[in-house]
Design a protein around this ligand. Structure first.
Ligand code: CDP
Length: 220
C-alpha cells in the first residue's frame, strides 16, 4: 500500500459523488475535498468583488486578486475567500448559475487545479469533481465516474431543497474545451440510478481492493 493515495471521483451534478466521498473518507480515514466547492467559492468571490464571472479577463483578474485558502477541518476542508467562509451561499442560484461559465476559462482552471493538487502534499485524499481523474490527478490508479439518470439527479437535487441549473451546467461542463467532464481512462463507471449509497460504497471499495489499495473490512 502506498504511503499516501488519491481517489478521484468524477461525475455530473447530483450523481451522488459527495455522499459516496464522505462515507469513503470515514472508512479510509482520509480527507475529502469537494473541488466543486472551490469553483463555487471562486465564483462567489468574483461576484463579491463586483466583477462578472462571464467576462473572462475581468474574472481572471478578480480571481488573481482573491485570497483562496483551503483549511483542513475535520476530515474535510473549509474554503476561505479573503478570510471569509461563504458557507451555504455557495449553493445559491447566483453562484450555481454562473459557476460553469467561470469553470470554462482555462486560466481559472490552471489556478484552481494548482491549488487542488497542493492539497495532496503529504496526505491521502478523496477528491470529487469533474476532471479529477482526467486532469488534476491523472496518475492515480483509483478513479471512479459516478453517474445517474437525469431524472434521478433532478429529484435528488430537489430533495435537497435547492434551485439548481443542473441540466445546463452539465451541458456546459461536458462540452467545454478545457478539461470537460468525461470518463477518465481506466475509471470505474458506476451508474447509481437504482443503487443505494451502501451499494455504491461497496462497489468502490471492491474496485479499490482489486487495484491494490488495502481496505479494512466493512464496519459491522
Ligand atoms: O454539487 P454539484 O455536483 O452539483 O456541483 P459541484 O461539484 O459543486 O460543481 C459546481 C461546478 O463547478 C460544476 O458544475 C463545474 O462547472 C465546476 N467544476 C469543475 O469545472 N471542475 C471540477 N473539478 C469541479 C467542479
Amino acid at each position: 500500500m502506498p504511503d499516501t493515495f488519491v481517489i478521484a471521483i468524477d461525475g455530473p451534478a447530483a450523481s451522488g459523488k459527495s455522499s459516496v466521498s464522505k462515507v469513503l473518507a470515514r472508512r479510509l480515514h482520509c480527507a475529502h475535498v469537494n473541488s466543486g466547492a472551490l469553483y463555487r467559492a471562486a465564483t462567489w468571490g468574483i461576484l463579491q468583488a463586483g466583477a462578472d464571472p462571464a467576462d473572462p479577463d475581468a474574472a481572471v483578474a478578480a480571481l488573481r486578486a482573491l485570497h483562496l485558502d483551503c483549511r483542513p477541518s475535520g476530515s474535510s476542508f473549509t474554503i476561505l475567500v479573503n478570510g471569509v467562509d461563504p458557507g451555504e451561499q455557495l449553493r445559491e442560484p447566483a453562484v450555481a448559475s454562473r459557476v460553469s461559465t467561470l469553470a470554462s476559462v482555462p486560466e481559472v482552471r490552471e489556478i484552481l487545479t494548482a491549488l487542488l493538487r497542493s492539497l495532496a502534499d503529504g496526505r491521502s485524499l478523496i477528491m470529487e469533481g469533474r476532471d479529477i481523474g482526467s486532469v488534476v490527478f491523472p496518475e492515480t490508479p483509483y478513479k471512479f465516474y459516478i453517474d445517474a439518470s437525469e431524472d434521478v439527479r433532478l429529484s435528488r437535487r430537489r430533495a435537497q431543497g435547492e434551485v439548481d441549473s443542473l441540466v445546463s451546467r452539465d451541458q456546459q461542463d461536458s462540452t467545454r474545451k478545457t478539461a470537460p467532464l468525461k470518463v477518465a481512462a481506466e475509471a470505474h463507471v458506476i451508474d447509481t440510478t437504482a443503487l443505494a449509497l451502501e451499494q455504491v460504497v461497496a462497489a468502490v471499495l471492491a474496485t479499490l481492493q482489486r487495484r491494490g489499495l488495502v481496505v479494512e473490512a466493512p464496519e459491522a
